[in-house]
Design a protein around this ligand. Structure first.
Ligand SMILES: [Zn+2]
Length: 355
């Protein structure tokens, strides 16, 4: 087993455990073949923790889901835009997931801790405790009032994706499309601009992974924090709407921010395809490209475990040592591996969070 813990920019484990049709009733505390992360496999993989996303799916009665909205087009795909969520529905749903995370912490008996400061995060990494960052993927649950953010901050929120891939009161997310530029719609609303300032004031990380390009540039202009995309890849290697153009990467570099490499095969592969039969070296190509473009100090991982199909060479969280071994074999020394695995996340969070 490797001795380098991997702290990770994105997982959908809370949703996977929450929805019976996804997690099929598995427990976080027992080894399962379902999903990607449970405590046993996390320990096998040297998982140091990560951003635990609270994501609200569209409700069944609005008739939209990722499968039925998908159209295969020549050499690609297009997912018709997800309709906006009802804020009250999003609030209820999110609160359920927040409760789930608190319950995991309690039932873990010290094995998992929700972290609110960089010191707490580093302590967890030293003590082999899984560090969980409470992250909202989409701000629908705030309604249209950025002022609601403060109470969530008090409850432990330390990272916010303004949007998932749908519009809300603050901005527009990119619909999933391949090939496609991320420039798919309009930018921030007035409330969106206020939300970014409020995140800066409180010390909440603003995650740019699902926002469209106009929104990205507006956040870049307003925000005084490093620019971060927790789970996105290089558009030059995989031209999906969800990936980052070279210009966006340059802005992330200039702000001393970072990118978490997404293991979702659809955002890795040149052809945008969804097959798990995708070699591990496809991830390495993105790591190499991003390191070249933004620097070894500004790249990490953002697996999308429990939210996407990942290459079978990783399989699930227990496969992380195989990824580190492949990177080592490709020439990354231990100092570089530590940066990719967790040090860069610690640095960015240190400079973004207030405490
Ligand atoms: Zn996502």
């Amino acid at each position: 087993m490797n001795t380098i813990p991997v702290f990770d920019g994105h997982n959908d484990t809370l949703l996977n455990l929450h929805l019976p049709d996804r997690g099929e009733g598995r427990s976080f505390f027992e080894r399962s073949d379902l999903g990607h992360i449970d405590l046993i496999r996390a320990r096998e993989g040297g998982f140091g923790g990560g951003f635990f996303a609270c994501y609200t799916p569209n409700p069944e009665d609005d008739g939209w889901n990722e499968e039925s909205a998908l159209t295969v087009i020549e050499n690609g795909y297009e997912v018709s835009g997800a309709p906006p969520l009802d804020p009250e529905y999003a609030q209820d749903f999110t609160e359920g997931l927040v409760k789930d995370l608190y319950l995991l912490e309690k039932e873990s008996d010290g094995a998992l801790r929700i972290v609110r400061t960089a010191d707490e995060l580093e302590k967890c990494l030293r003590e082999d405790v899984i560090a969980a960052i409470l992250h909202f993927e989409g701000a629908e649950n705030l309604g249209s009032d950025p002022g609601a953010l403060e109470s969530y901050y008090e409850a432990g929120l330390r990272s916010l994706g303004i949007v998932w891939s749908r519009p809300n009161a603050y901005a527009e997310g990119v619909p999933f499309k391949f090939p496609s530029s991320p420039d798919t719609g309009s930018g921030l609303t007035d409330a969106g601009r206020e939300l970014v300032r409020e995140c800066n004031r409180l010390g909440i990380l603003v995650d740019l992974s699902h926002i469209n390009e106009k929104g990205f540039w507006e956040v870049a202009e307003i925000s005084n924090a490093p620019l971060v995309a927790t789970h996105s890849n290089a558009h030059a290697l995989c031209p999906a709407s969800r990936n980052l153009t070279d210009r966006q990467l340059d802005a992330i570099r200039d702000s001393d921010g970072m990118v978490g490499v997404n293991f979702a095969v659809g955002f890795l592969r040149e052809d945008g395809g969804e097959s798990e039969d995708t070699p591990l070296k496809t991830i390495l190509r993105h790591v190499d490209y991003l390191v070249e473009r933004v620097g070894i100090g500004r790249v990490g991982f953002g697996s999308d475990f429990d939210g996407a199909k990942v290459p079978e060479g990783i399989g699930d969280v227990s496969g992380l040592p195989d990824l580190l071994a492949a990177l080592h074999a490709a020439g990354y020394d231990d100092a570089s591996l530590r940066k990719l695995a967790y040090e860069n996340w610690v640095r960015v969070l240190q400079s973004t969070w207030r405490g």
